[in-house]
Ligand binder design. Sequence first.
Ligand SMILES: NC(=O)c1ccc[n+]([C@@H]2O[C@H](COP(=O)([O-])OP(=O)(O)OC[C@H]3O[C@@H](n4cnc5c(N)ncnc54)[C@H](O)[C@@H]3O)[C@@H](O)[C@H]2O)c1
Ligand SMILES: [Fe+2]
Length: 386
Amino acid sequence: MSANINLPRILRVGAGASAELAATLAELGFSRPFVVTDPFLVQQGFCERVTAPLDAAGIVWRLFGDCVPDPTTGSVTAALEQLQRGDHDCLVALGGGSSLDTAKAVAVLAQHGGAMADYKVPAQVHSGLPVIAIPTTAGTGSEVTRAAVITDTASNEKMLCMGLGLVPVAALVDFELTLSMPHRLTADTGIDSLCHALEAYVSRKANPFTDSVALTAMRSIYRNIRIACAEPDNRAAREAMMLAATQGGIAFANASVTLIHGMSRPVGAHFHVPHGLSNAMLLPEVTAWSVSGAPQRYAHCARVMGLAETADTDALALDKLVAGLRQLNADLAVPGPREYGIDQALWHSSLELMAQQALDSGSPANNPLVPEAADIVALYERVWAA
Ligand SMILES: NC(=O)c1ccc[n+]([C@@H]2O[C@H](COP(=O)([O-])OP(=O)(O)OC[C@H]3O[C@@H](n4cnc5c(N)ncnc54)[C@H](O)[C@@H]3O)[C@@H](O)[C@H]2O)c1
Ligand SMILES: [Fe+2]
């Protein structure tokens, strides 16, 4: 059986890559960019860092600087209206996954009209205006994926939209943009990347291409995440984390995510937990439940991350994997749902709906052990009690 791999046409990776925007636009034949980012990144000068070279090159651009975390249909509509006031041939998405996904959604609606709900899975997005993605977190991998996650303002559902039309045409992956990330953001976005790599490797849709990038990403993230959190200026750790985030994105975009992401989206939507943090809350318990579905693969992950020895039996490696992930959460001060401030009664009364929304996203069906709704409810309960 063959594997289908989708990637951006241009990947510029390394220090200073984001300063190459004007050259990238020229290479692609675009000249009228619409820049999409969030207020913090405008205020902190990130936007100017990217647009100053455009000014110097005589490229006229316009800005939407009001992206919100976990983008909503409301914020996407505001960005679309702003884009339609000008004449643009591409979008430049600067920021974390929220800004990148906002730009992707706007790119689709600008070309095809309709509402974002029309494009949620199982619908497929085939095309949209071209997006050049410049990530500032390491990260969601959205710069290379064919996914966008938009919350429906009316129903609070985190809608997963997928398709070739959501793959950015170019990604400028510059770790120097991540040196300013505070501890919590570094930890949460780093664990998001680790989940992408781990889930892609154990996914039922894994293939030899995605396996190689997933394992490389996993090894690198596990070795560097604590360093990047403790020493924000450590360029080597930041560079490793950024590259691994993009590799994790390549892996999951072409092998899919599984149960952790499936269960994480409803937690984010119902309780406003940042995406990486809700993944982190779920990672150890969901892994403990899932290992029996692919023991050799999970044991290999433990060895690759340095949690288990080559000589360990698979059973011992699996124990060490789960213990190692619990320890990682403790070291990175990941709060459980209770510590995060979620109301216990509300958590428990939401579980049936959250389990159904997790299943509806399709991601749990890729898990090595495929859950039923009752299994997911039990897992949410275990995560609360952990
Ligand atoms: N499309 C995909 O493939 C995909 C994959 C995973 C997650 N996501 C989505 O991505 C979103 C989460 O993205 P995220 O975790 O990157 O965070 P984010 O984009 O929501 O940003 C979080 C905060 O960090 C700030 N920030 C960003 N870069 C910074 C930097 N370098 N220094 C300091 N602060 C910075 C932002 O201004 C914002 O306030 C969620 O909506 C999630 O659903 C998408
Ligand atoms: Fe993610």
